[in-house]
Write a protein that binds this ligand. Structure first.
Ligand code: CS2
Ligand code: MG
Length: 413
């Protein structure tokens, strides 16, 4: 089975997505997600200009060999652009292999280890009443685990407290042109104060536990903003509220920081959405400094690489909590769900639902029932892309926000 074509589709049904479609000489097609939020066209070019020409005439069944060929063969390794491109090829080839076998992908990964993947949703509010309403709305949708983010008194906008567009699964709003002749899209700038955040967050969890009781699994994302000692303090302060996890407490590239946090708190820790290879995790896994691996199929080199990473984590009793915001396309989400169903060390799956516009372009078959996700038994990944619908939503420049401290210093967003 030879690869006949490899096409890159860039579409923006509310937010930008980059998708690779591989077609074989016997007419099978496979999809892979290559979306890198705010840097989408870099991956599209990497695929179109440097990877697609190498794929033509290759044997589509040789997934491991193709992975090694693209990873080792490029000489330049790792990094989000490279690994998103490798991920897209790898995922598309798994989609094709599973379609050729007439099976859902999870069957090729060893079959189902559970009836479905426990999902968590994102509740948020600018203040407590709005947050409580959001938690209730998520419970009504069937979520059995919920992430809690709130506004901080004194700060205008805070990560995770959804603006209306982001709440509906679309991109972040960007700043309108700063001068009338300036047509560039510029990132929104936010202002941050870690001390105000540290004072406020424990009071929020106290209120949520008082309202919803002890059983509901609650999660929180620190979004890389604390120093290790600040994160240690927050982890300790949140212990009475029994979090499922505290995510991205400190910037991800500093693995040693997690040692300090771990020495001070029993709040479970999750990290890894900005990582792109197993080498980002070596200290974290071998020293058991985290409890959950947050990588995405899309940013970690695909199903092949993430499966190996999760098997490595399993040696240390560390579980999965795969990244699933709306900037992971439905193709990337479906790939995650097949892994979730198959691996033994599954923990939880993030599930922020895509907008209706996105689901017009990507025809999904995965289901969300009683808080559990299932990839469906459709052969392959179970997602197809409607080219006509995609063409109706051309690329639009967009960026994630940039964060500054109150004195203007750039901080982690
Ligand atoms: C987040 C993401 O889902 C999460 O936990 O941290 O929303 C993250 O901000 C985006 O994926 C960035 O593109
Ligand atoms: Mg996160």
């Amino acid at each position: 089975m030879k690869i006949r074509s490899a096409d890159v589709i860039v579409t923006s049904p509310g937010r930008n997505f980059v998708t690779l479609r591989i077609t074989t000489d016997d007419g099978l097609t496979g999809l892979g997600d290559a979306t890198l939020n705010g840097r989408e066209l870099a991956v599209a070019s990497y695929l179109r200009d440097h990877v697609a020409p190498l794929l033509i005439e290759r044997d589509a069944t040789r997934i491991e060999d193709t992975w090694q060929y693209l990873y080792r063969g490029a000489y330049w390794r790792r990094g989000p652009v490279t690994m998103a491109a490798v991920a897209a090829v790898d995922t598309a080839l798994w989609d094709i292999k599973a379609k050729a076998a007439g099976m859902p992908l999870y069957q090729l990964l060893g079959g189902a280890s559970r009836i479905g993947a426990l999902a968590y949703g994102h509740a948020s509010g600018r203040d407590l009443p709005e947050l409580m309403d959001s938690v209730r709305a998520h419970l009504a949708q069937g979520y059995r685990a919920i992430r809690i983010q709130t506004g901080i008194p004194g700060l205008d906008s805070v990560y995770g407290v959804a603006a209306s567009s982001a709440a509906a699964g679309d991109r972040y709003d960007y700043e309108p042109a700063r001068r009338s002749a300036d047509t560039r899209a510029l990132p929104v700038e936010e202002t941050w104060d870690t001390r105000a955040y540290l004072r406020h967050v424990p009071t929020v969890f106290e209120a949520v536990r008082a309202e919803f009781g002890p059983e509901l699994p609650l999660l929180h994302d620190g979004h890389h903003r604390m120093t290790p000692i600040q994160a240690a303090r927050l982890g300790k302060a949140l212990e009475p509220y029994d979090l499922f996890w505290l995510e991205d407490a400190t910037p991800g590239e500093d693995q040693a920081a997690l040692r300090l946090i771990r020495q001070h708190t029993t709040t479970p820790l999750a990290i890894g959405e900005v990582f792109n290879s197993v080498y980002d995790y070596t200290t974290l896994l071998s020293e058991r400094l985290i409890d959950y691996v947050r990588s995405a199929v899309t940013h970690t080199g695909g199903v092949t690489a993430l499966r190996k990473l999760l098997d490595h984590a399993a040696v240390y009793g560390i579980r999965s909590g795969l990244h699933g915001p709306t900037d992971i396309s439905p193709v990337g989400m479906a790939a995650a769900l097949h892994l979730d169903l198959a691996v033994h060390n599954f923990g939880i799956q993030e599930f922020m639902q895509h907008s209706a516009r996105t689901l017009e372009v990507f025809r999904t078959s995965y289901t969300f029932t009683d808080g559990l996700l299932h990839p469906s038994d459709t052969p392959g990944l179970g997602v197809e892309l409607d080219d006509e619908a995609a063409a109706a939503f051309p690329y639009e420049p967009a960026y994630l926000p940039v964060n500054r401290l109150q004195d203007g210093t750039v901080h982690d967003w």
